[in-house]
Design a binder for this molecule. Structure first.
Ligand SMILES: CN1CCCC[C@@H]1Cn1ccc2ccc(-c3n[nH]c(N)c3C#N)cc21
Length: 243
């Protein structure tokens, strides 16, 4: 997978070259290029923003600069990317989105700042037949798109074959079966007077699987009843319903 990121703060994306993602890049599973939007300005001030039509607070990112940047980055690889524009006004980014994008050959992230990117940049890309996803990572307001890109790239890249040491980890993710993960424990058996649940030390794999499923159902019902309500009928077996 090739990933391009266009931003006015390239340094913000440095963590993408650390740890798991860094290893994926080193292993050739991911090609990452981060581009400075100001490379496509032509004035001495390298202006990337201007006052909003219709008035209002803040500044809007200029379409000319973004248009040139996108055209140039698109041309650097024959593969057509999904263009991803983080925005608080976007569709929710979910595990399903990450799984869908993990199948893409190329992703191109356009990081806005200020009040956002002139809407005609997205409209022009879509008008040329390019797939553009305007997405939000949550119902809170950030200062720009870079933090969202860190989140989304991690969620996608970890799903790529060969990235996680144990592929079962991704299969047993929270959300992969529609439920939150239950509690996890490791040694010592007792810590500050708190013991590991006995069933986890029983060696009875069926009982352990049932206990873990019950804890996931319990936690999901308590913290995310919306996820439980969204589960398809077939997702809960008879034992789940008895829970
Ligand atoms: C605050 N300021 C005026 C109101 C509009 C947004 C703007 C800031 N801003 C500019 C570009 C940009 C991109 C993403 C996000 C963002 N916020 N929250 C999310 N879940 C996000 C995503 N994904 C915020 C951004």
């Amino acid at each position: 997978m090739r990933i391009d990121v266009i931003t006015i703060f390239p340094g913000y994306l440095a963590p993408l070259r650390e740890a798991l993602l860094g290893r994926a890049i080193a292993a050739g599973l991911v090609d990452l290029d981060v581009h400075d939007l100001r490379d496509w300005t032509h004035d001495v001030h390298q202006a990337v923003d201007d006052a909003p039509y219709g008035g209002g607070p803040g500044m809007v990112m200029r379409p000319q600069v973004w248009g040139e940047a996108l055209d140039a980055v698109l041309a650097r690889d024959a593969r057509t990317p999904r263009i991803v524009v983080p925005t608080p006004a976007g569709r929710p980014f979910t595990q399903a989105t990450a799984q869908e994008w993990a199948g893409a050959e190329r992703l191109l992230f356009a990081c806005g700042r200020y009040e956002g990117i002139d809407q005609r940049v997205v409209d022009d890309a879509r008008g040329r037949g390019l797939p553009v996803d305007e997405v939000s990572i949550g119902d809170y307001v950030l200062v720009g798109g870079e933090a969202a890109v860190l989140v989304m790239v991690e969620a996608v890249v970890r799903l790529l074959p060969g990235v996680l040491g144990n592929p079962a980890s991704a299969e047993q993710d929270s959300f992969s079966d529609g439920l939150l993960e239950g509690p996890a424990y490791t040694r010592p058996e007792t810590w500050r007077g708190l013991a590991v649940p006995e069933v986890l030390r029983s060696g009875n794999h069926a009982a352990i699987a049932r206990w873990r499923r019950d804890r996931a159902l319990e936690r999901t019902a308590q913290r995310r009843p919306d996820l439980l309500a969204a589960l398809p009928e077939r997702a809960l077996d008879k034992a789940d319903r008895a829970f």
